[in-house]
Design a protein around this ligand. Structure first.
Ligand code: ARG
Length: 608
């Protein structure tokens, strides 16, 4: 209903301007035209929208807000485009204007969605003042030779969903996997492997990835404890960065092995990513520091190249630095991110020419990104109208509220976690089939279990407000009730069931009905129609605020409204005119759930 809301907003503003021409002229001069303050109604009894714009006018006009609202409503009544769209507005409380859209207009909106694969969501190109912007979503980004952990899983799932929403809106999206494939960790690992497993350095897959992770842990330990090892590791990094062929070969092998392991997870989750690791920016690191020096931002402090951050101070009140070059001349995570931001925003061919950068990582990196963004801004790399955003998320915790661990206290392997979700979904399904006495083919069971298991993991990650920590619980995410993937999938399955029974009676699920008039009489029908029409506004909100949980809450609410409708109003047994309209609602509901789940990266099911 976003388009209707825009129309309404313009009509209200015009009515305000006609009622109070002087105040309007004043406001326009000040560059802030009168604002109707139109918001969706807070309760269905109040209609569809509520305009609060009369209240702030009370003071400057020296009149009661109710009188102001009355004057605006009188002007609205004289506007035929308004009266064709809405019922006579009601004034409520101190001076709110409640607006109810005419039923035939609502029904027409529903009808317009029926044959529309975009369900009323415009592409950015179709919207005035909203051009498609090249966007980069930097997500997943695990580290080579380390285990990809649940934090990376969260980034992967959230990042993928945001990328899908932006792509759906028609923005060109570059999905970048900023893998940690460079730096001291390789010096440590290669030095250690030379001594304990040299075959791993020149033969593919000579050791398991699991062993590699263990070797990395040992190497790190030695690095921290043993100065001689530390020196050797540093030399190794220098060799690698200098392009020494043996070091490079070892590095390639290690990266390759990790990469294949990561890819298995991405394939399972149907996630597309372009790998562009930290090493990509290696050639640009020196130029970053030169740029910062030229901009007068670089300060050498204790031998290290730093930029002191504005508005960020440490415990002693002194400003905190962002270190961009270590005292040994080496570069770090921040330097790489500075090089990345510079490259991503620079116009092609020397950069990506992106206009919006989105980084999806745990909230623990908030200070890092705030520092990097500030330095990039002060260096002049972030042009006007460009958005650079960190999308932080909280920790994944176990049932006990502590960091997610296996019973033995190890970090949980993602593969095991996904396997367990699917196994549990399968066990639930077999139990249900046995209870219902339903015989099903094995391939059906496998397909449903895999879809439900993966959907549950993704949805659990997406449906909580990402800023807060969330407790990982298989029981909760796989439950058939509550705000879960199985609940939403079940609503879809219910509708598919109606379609099948309808088809058996020679009744399409609203197909061919788009042309016919829709007539709704029951409050449950209106409630469902109104809920369906909110979809476009929800997508706009997710695009703006980068909160996938808003889409989840909407789909959950929609499923509940649908279930209420279906439990209380006959569909296939209704008389003919009502039946057509109700089937149309069912179909639009299925399409909306399917599209919405798709934007979350979740596959739909017809039966489960
Ligand atoms: N590799 C990092 C980690 O595991 C995440 C990288 C996020 N992206 C970035 N541009 N810094 O924590």
């Amino acid at each position: 209903m976003l388009r209707l809301a825009h129309t309404l907003e313009a009509q209200l503003r015009a009515a305000m301007e006609r009622s109070f021409p002087e105040a309007a002229a004043h406001a326009r001069q000040a560059g802030a035209p009168l604002d109707p303050q139109l918001v969706p109604a807070s309760k269905p009894e109040f209609g569809d929208f509520q305009a609060n714009g009369a209240l702030p006018l009370a003071k400057p006009l020296g009149r009661k807000p109710r009188d102001i609202a009355t004057a605006i409503v009188e002007q609205l009544a004289a506007d035929p485009t308004f009266t064709a769209l809405a019922e006579a507005p009601q004034i409520a409380g101190p001076g709110f204007i409640n607006v109810t859209i005419r039923p035939e207009r609502l029904a027409a909106e529903v009808a317009a969605r029926l044959g529309d694969p975009r369900l009323g969501v415009p592409t950015a190109a179709e919207e005035a003042g909203d051009d498609p912007l090249p966007v980069i979503v930097d997500f997943s980004s695990p580290n080579i030779a380390k285990e990809m952990h649940v934090g990376h899983l969260r980034s992967t799932i959230i990042g993928d969903s945001l990328a899908r929403v932006l792509e759906f809106r028609g923005h060109p999206v570059l999905r970048l996997n900023h893998v940690g494939d460079w730096g001291t960790q390789f010096g440590m690992l290669i030095t250690h492997l030379k001594q304990v497993a040299p075959e791993a350095l020149d033969t593919a897959d000579a050791v398991d990835l699991g062993d590699l992770v263990a070797f990395y842990r040992q190497a790190k330990q030695r690095f921290d404890d043993d100065p001689a090892f530390q020196a050797a590791a540093r030399e190794e990094v220098v060799r690698l960065q200098g392009g020494d062929p043996l070091s490079l070969k070892a590095w390639h092998l290690l990266c390759d092995q990790s990469r294949r392991e990561f890819q298995k997870i991405y394939d399972r989750l149907a996630i597309r990513l372009s790998e562009r690791g930290e090493s990509f920016y290696n050639p640009f690191l020196g130029a970053v520091v030169d740029d910062l020096r030229a901009a007068g931002l670089l300060v050498v402090d204790d031998g290290a190249g730093c930029v002191f951050l504005e508005g960020v101070s440490g415990k002693d009140g002194a400003p905190l630095p962002l270190i961009v070059q270590k005292s040994d001349g080496g570069f770090n995570y921040a330097t790489t991110d500075l090089a990345a931001i510079r490259y991503r925003l620079a116009p092609p061919p020397s950069g990506d020419g992106a206009r919006r950068l989105i980084y999806v990582t745990d909230a623990g990196q908030s200070a890092h990104f705030a520092g990097v963004f500030q330095v990039a801004r002060r260096a002049g790399w972030i042009g006007e109208g460009v958005r650079v955003e960190h999308v932080p998320f909280g920790l994944v915790q176990g049932d006990d509220g502590k960091k997610l661990k296996t019973r033995a206290g190890d970090t949980v392997r993602l593969r095991d976690l996904l396997d367990e979700a699917v196994e549990r979904a399968e066990a639930d399904l077999r139990r249900r089939l046995a209870e219902e006495g339903r015989p099903e083919e094995e391939c059906f069971i496998q397909h449903v279990a895999t879809t439900v298991g993966l959907a549950a993991v993704k949805y659990a990650d997406l449906s909580t407000n990402r800023i807060t920590n969330y407790q990982f619980s298989f029981d909760r995410m796989l439950a058939l009730s509550g705000n879960t993937a199985p609940y939403l999938l079940y609503a879809l399955v219910r509708i598919a069931g109606i379609a099948r029974r309808g088809a058996a009676q020679g009744e399409g699920l609203g197909d061919g009905l788009a042309a016919g008039p829709l007539a709704f009489t029951e409050p449950q029908e209106w409630a469902l129609a109104r809920e369906l029409l909110k979809f476009d506004a929800v997508i706009a909100e997710v695009e703006e605020e980068l909160l996938p949980n808003r889409l989840c809450s909407y789909l959950f609410e929609l499923s509940q409204v649908f279930n209420r409708f279906y439990d209380q109003v006959p569909v296939l047994r209704a008389e003919e005119l009502a039946r057509g309209s109700r089937l149309a609602l069912c179909r639009l509901c299925a399409d909306t759930l399917g599209l919405g789940l798709g934007l979350l990266g979740i596959e739909s099911l017809e039966r489960m």
